[in-house]
Design a protein around this ligand. Sequence first.
Ligand code: ADP
Ligand code: MG
Length: 1520
Amino acid sequence: MSALHQGQWAESGEVVVEPFWGELCDTCCELPEYAHPQARPKLVTVPRGGSVTVVAMSATNVAGRANMMELADLNVGELMHNLRIRYKASPMEYYTYVGDILIVVNPMRPTPLADVEHMHAYAGTAFKDPALRPHIFAIAERAYTQLLETSAPQAVIISGESGAGKTYSTRHVLDFLAFRSRKAAAAGAADATDADPAIPRGSDSLSNLGAASEILEALGNSKTLRNHNSSRFGKFVKIYFSHTTPGVIQGAFIQTYLLEKSRIVDQDDGERNYHIFYLMLEYLDSEIRSELGLGPVESYAYLIGSTGANASSWRVQPDAAATPMEDAERWDDLLAAIGALGLDDVFADVWRVCAAILHLGNIEFEAPDHDTSSSTLCTITNPELVSHVARLLCVDEEALTKTLLTCKVVSESRSYSVDKAKANVDALAKSLYAKMFDKVVSAINDALGGGSGGLDSSRSRAWIGVLDIFGFESFQDHPDVKGVATTANTFEQLCINLTNERLQRYFYDELIPKQLEHYAAEGIDVDAIQYDDNAMAVDVLMEGKFSVLSLLDDATRTATSLPKYRADPSLGDNLWVQLVSEAHAPSKDNLKLTKRATEHDFLGWFADQLDDRASSSFCVHHFAGTVWYSARGCIDKNSDKVATDCIELMATSGTEWLAACYDTGRASAERASVARGFARQLRELVCPPAWKSAANVSGGELDAAANPLFVRCVKPICRRQPGKTHGWLEDHKVLDQLQSAGMYAVIQMRQAGYPTELDKAEFLDVYWELEEDVKVLMDLRSEDDQIHHLARLIASDPGVVLGDLRGMPPYQVGKTKVFMKGSMASAMASALRAVQDSKLTRMEAAAKHLKSLIRMSLVSSRLPELRETAAARFEYLRRKRAFIAQGLTPEQADEAIRREDEEAAAREEERYVRKHYAPLQNKVDEAQVPQLLDALHASANEEASPYYAAEIRERAAKLARVANAVQATLDAFREDVHNEGAKASAAAAVHKLRKRVKKEEVALRADADRREAEARAAAEAAHRAERFEPVVAELADVGVEAAIQLLSEFETAFAPVVEAGKIDVNALHDRRARLVRNLARAKAVFEAWSADIFSRKLEKKAAAWVKRLRVLLRREDDAMEADLVVVAKYSKVSQVRVKLDAAREAKLAKLAARREELLAAEEAKARAAAARASAAVRAEARRKRETERAARKLTRQRTRFLRKLRASATALNEAGLRVLYQNMPCEIRYRGPITFNFAKRDPSYDVRNDEMYIGLETPVGKHSYNSGAISGVKYFKCYPQHGVFVEPSKLYSIDPLAERGKPLEVGDKVWHADSRFLRTGYVLFVGMTHFSDGATLVGVRLDQDEALGNTDGTVDGLRYFDVEFARGMFFRADECYRIAPWDDSEAETIIADYCALHDIDIESESGYMSDTEVEEKLFEAEQEPAYADVDDEPQSGIVPSPSDIYQLPGSSSAAVMSAMGSTTFPQSPSEFALGSVGSETFSVGALGGIGGLNGSIDDLVLEGLGSFNSSTDDIKLNAA
Ligand SMILES: Nc1ncnc2c1ncn2[C@@H]1O[C@H](COP(=O)(O)OP(=O)(O)O)[C@@H](O)[C@H]1O
Ligand SMILES: [Mg+2]
């Protein structure tokens, strides 16, 4: 068993996963998730064939990211994790960036990501646009835009192992470039007067590119076990762009590398030769085929192997489903491509050469004595094939036969042994195919306009090169001690790996300056990045005289020239190893070196010199790992030996190009060595300027490219498996590939700098908790200061070991990011973990304490109830004993008790009727409805107006109806006195009736009043007309006013007489004054009379006044007469007199006329008044009625509200009905709306807030509303600070089912409190068990997480219900309470039932109070002070005294626990509240498993930041 640490993986067996903060991923085997902050070491059993990868990661990295350089802490594990979660995501994200590198995890199935819509989406976008997901098109677009911007060549380097998707990705890049080109051409069509007609333009060259791929694939691709269409050659496609129309493709050039030749003569089981052979044999025109002498596939040794092993498998793919190969489609595409590129002639030759190769493979040699190894002359058993071949290759048949059987040594011909002859044929076949391949490639290049100038073509500097090259290969570790290696890495692997080694170096050269730029941009100080440079590995392999390849050439030269080596090829191979070891023999054992200081250190040997393999193998420490190479056959492969005779013969071929290929001059140059040719090609691809002259090349293609782009393809699985093609990722295979792709090296390079980069805000977000005193952090103004403060806490802690930092500070703060060394980052993480762990521990302790207190309170609250039950049982037993003492048997005693109880019940019933029914009936009787009805009828009869009469009759009828209905309801209630509903409706009906009766009485009185008033008004009007008016007329008739007028005028009229003193002026004035005075008094009397029209006294007085005024006037007339006599006497008496007389006459006439007028007016007025009077009386009465009604309504509403409020509060208070609030059993103290103090502010106070609230008394104190009062209105009494108002939705009603007699059902949620625990759970079983002794039991699955229960649902092996071990519990049914979220109607039923059962009469008359009473009570309540002191208030039976519960045993500060507060604190970065009791700090809040525990400790100073989550309904408590 081994322990796994982060980033490691293990295959089958048992492993211990070390504790970490992160995630343990499952991949090949189904493992549960272990991602939990509190994860402890886990023992994991990995099934055979499965594997586990431990990925420990910073909290910031758990979700995948599109660009992994953004990962906080880049390491291999994280890389792996990120790729995996992206790959498994839906939709699958198989493209990911690591910095600027694109990793492509082969999706292994068609995806829509490569369609034209995506091309549109990525065209013209910025590289790594955050709105766009990583994509191969983004890479292509980047190359394209860089090309347009800089006009410098660009390169896209795509690598990966076979089947990883390189060729697909290459095709995607090419497709995208073609798409862009087409767009650019369309845009620039107007000015497309592009010269250079030699180059095919526009769509031609674009579609030709696709055709070229098809042809190359047919010739160079094959089926392997890893990929049914595996490219067996590398290629570099250069796409040239026009100078005149920027962005338009002009042509292309393809360079190929390392075609796998061995495949032509031999393939592994299950693999195939190149596609072209099968296509040709299956689909080529039958005429041509017969001309070429071809038969079916199965007849060729080169196709099915000499043993025929692949005879059946060539038609199907290497997957388990045996999908057919897509040969038919491929053939169609090939034909189309040949046509498009105009290569029909070339292919006529291709068919011939291919046919020749197949025939060559079937030639059989025979030694005369059947001794195959002897060197005696052998013969060809099927010479007709030779003539076929000669014809196809256009060479002389005889000469061909000779070259196949003999070889020329110096000047004589020596015959081959059978083996040698076979080898010679194979060599010829391979050579032919290779030449043909090169020929086709150059023909394609001609067609593409790339020209045959090859890579040196300097026609255009504007190109994009796409390199599709095989990835690092290592088929086997070093040969093990016992077994002999079956598949060794040899010459091909060496070349491939060297290519990759070289490309990796190129990659470093490109990448490291970029990383340093990044640091510089952030303003942080990094001198140089130290990384494991692989430059020396490249040098030792290919540069200089003593490089591995040079020594191979040396060995090859020796081996081909000396006969000793020719006789035994292995000697030559060994010579090479010997030369290499002599040149590079390490002084020490370099297999275990970790630092490679010299180039020698990159090579290694098998240690045991006696072992044969020591002389034939060596290893190279590549950047991607150590690879062992076997030298076996390398000399052969390097010399690529085709017998000189063959070469000479081929040079005579009638096929021109073939003859040219074997032209002896060229051939001898090439024969130098394969290694040298390969090294030259590689240098042409990459070669830094410094090497140019040494290597004698003009500089590498890639070196010319600015900003090369890297694409790393990764294969998620090694073999296709049925049904597992999607999202299936084999971790260790992918890890291997990432290593081979150099990703480890990238990571290592980054770790040499600052591997962990965090945005400043993210850093603070994660690590703020490291500072216990948040205030200290808050006081630091700037973000940088805060970061430095937190980092210094760790960096300057002497207990923290940071290891070798290579002379760099452990962390640096850049412009936008914080950079940390790996050890610093992990020290930070573990410090954070420690802080959070200790918080958790303290929280757990606090939670435990709180829990025990709550339990204690629950138990105490149940005590009275238990006592009651005990008392009842005791009483029963006492009675039974008494009966037995009287001589009854126990059964008789039970019967007697039953009878007694029944009688008591009957009495009770009687009492109930008396108490509830009788008062109601009395009220109805008291209402005296029949009498009222009689009165109403009488009133109607009395009514003069038929309208009123009808109205009254209608009212009477209605009253009668109401009365009948009430009687019916009442009767119904009498029928069923215990029916609460009937009772309530009866009470309501009676109440309504009484209201109605009262109203009718009032209305009756009002009718009578109205009639009376009307009669009075009529009489008054009549009287006025008859008596008053004539007297008024008489008064006017007297003419007092005229006399007064005359008197006033007299003085002026007779001024001379007056002045002469003939007339006494004073007397005149006196007389006038008397008249005026008397007239006024008379008028006052008249006014009084008018107001009191029926007064006899005033009438008489008025008549007297008329009389008196007459007398006065008469007297005045006389006086006037006398005066006039004087005037006449005096002067012009007669004249004046005449004038006066006339004036008097006129006055009198005027008076008379005015009197007429007055009389008429009065008459009209009287008529109008009479009419008005009756209307006014009616309106007045109506207004009065309305005002009264409104007042009554207002009072009624308020009264009803207050009464309801009081009544239900009183009742519920008595009932002590309990509910669960935040899992505490609380008692309802009040139920109804809460009004704020409107009464004081607004006189028209009404029920404003009719939302239902529930006032609770909680067993645990300290709530924001203490003692049941809001805004001075006291709603209920309770122990100080134990009251709280809550919305019913926060409550669970507790249904005392046992008392209601309603049985529990499976699925009910129940609550059960016993002496130790508070429990809730679901009922899973109801019934009797064999131990229940007749009682009904319920089996409950407890809610609590811990195993509080005691059963798994079985008793003595009998299963009653199914539940996890120790989660089940049996309870007595009558001790369980059903709980349900508060639902008003349900709660009503429960309350009603409960009240009925406990004889609590919520709606009874006694519950009603008169309005004034209510008002008084309310006033009292408002005046009543809140409980000032605990001692003032007698303790209720249910609420335990504080000394019982709240004292913390042994606590120094007598701290009181409180919970469920609604306090809120300022928001903080995390949901913690810090607090302290005495010196102990603890925190509660929502963290980890603690959930929504709310609360604090009293006396506790809440400090710092934190929020209490007050909305959580229940407390979850951890660990008993
Ligand atoms: N981007 C891709 N989308 C869909 N399938 C792909 C993709 N890349 C690779 N494949 C699948 O993987 C197989 C191998 O891909 P190929 O490009 O031929 O690999 P390589 O060239 O690396 O050997 C393809 O035949 C195809 O089925
Ligand atoms: Mg390929």
